[in-house]
Design a binder for this molecule. Structure first.
Ligand code: ADP
Length: 224
């Protein structure tokens, strides 16, 4: 569950990025966040991952009240929230397998567990046979699927995707969206920002529109 209650974010004295935003997102929802550039979408996501703190208002994610969150608890929080971005952010000198394994190494998983877990997510995102390729040997859509695999390998409750199809042609964009739908069907809450109207129309999910730092529309999807 994600709850925002009258959340305001100002950068400095003037830069009002979010203005008393209240939202409730249930577990396992797939939510699209749309709005023009500068509307406040990334700020909203950064508040959820605790990259930014709100100026005022309340945020509760998965039962964790962010007002009570200590700095040392942030790494644990981020394990519950996977993130992917428009520009993939893969390690160029590591293979597909190693990029995904890295997310497990840094939390101290044993080699045996890593060898068991990584192939499962490679299978989930449909990259069998590409395990030993380097990012530059993959298409943009495949690179984004590696990024998704890395984000979900620790089984986060929530996956945040900030414009994940922004760098992709329509076919690859759909491959990525299909993988996100599959991950959602496995029980992960997905929040995705997009400028792609075709994706919004076809997905038929809840669409939250942010305009000038406020929620201007919140339309329930036909698919839950
Ligand atoms: P979006 O993701 O919808 O494009 P953002 O959340 O990035 O919007 O930005 C919302 C507003 O906050 C914009 O006016 C932007 O210029 C401003 N902003 C975003 N990040 C910062 C920052 N780190 N410092 C100052 N202003 C910022």
């Amino acid at each position: 569950m994600i709850l925002l209650d009258r959340v305001t974010k100002k950068y400095g004295k003037k830069g009002l990025a979010l203005d008393r935003v209240s939202l409730h997102i249930a577990p396992k929802e797939f939510v699209l966040i749309v709005g023009s550039s500068g509307a406040g979408k990334s700020t909203l996501l950064k508040l959820l991952t605790r990259e930014e703190k709100p100026t005022s208002g309340k945020i509760v994610v998965g039962g964790v009240d962010y007002d009570r969150l200590k700095d040392r608890e942030i790494p644990l929080l981020r394990r519950k929230i996977g993130t992917i971005f428009q520009d993939f952010k893969l390690l160029p000198n590591r293979t597909v397998f190693e990029n995904i394994a890295f997310a497990l190494e840094i939390v101290g998983m044993t080699n045996k567990e890593i060898q068991f877990t990584v192939p499962k997510v490679i299978d989930l995102v449909g990259l069998n046979g590409k395990e030993h390729n380097f990012p530059k040997e993959l298409s943009g859509g495949e690179q984004q699927r590696v990024a998704i695999a890395r984000a979900v390998v620790r089984q986060p409750k929530i996956l945040i995707a900030d414009e994940p199809t922004g760098n992709l042609d329509p076919k690859h964009a759909w491959d990525v969206v299909s993988v996100l739908e599959k991950i959602n069907q496995h029980g992960t809450t997905v929040l995705m920002t997009t400028h792609n109207q075709e994706i919004v129309n076809k997905l038929q999910r809840r669409v939250i529109t942010i305009d000038g730092g406020k929620v201007s529309q919140d339309i329930a999807g036909r698919k839950l």
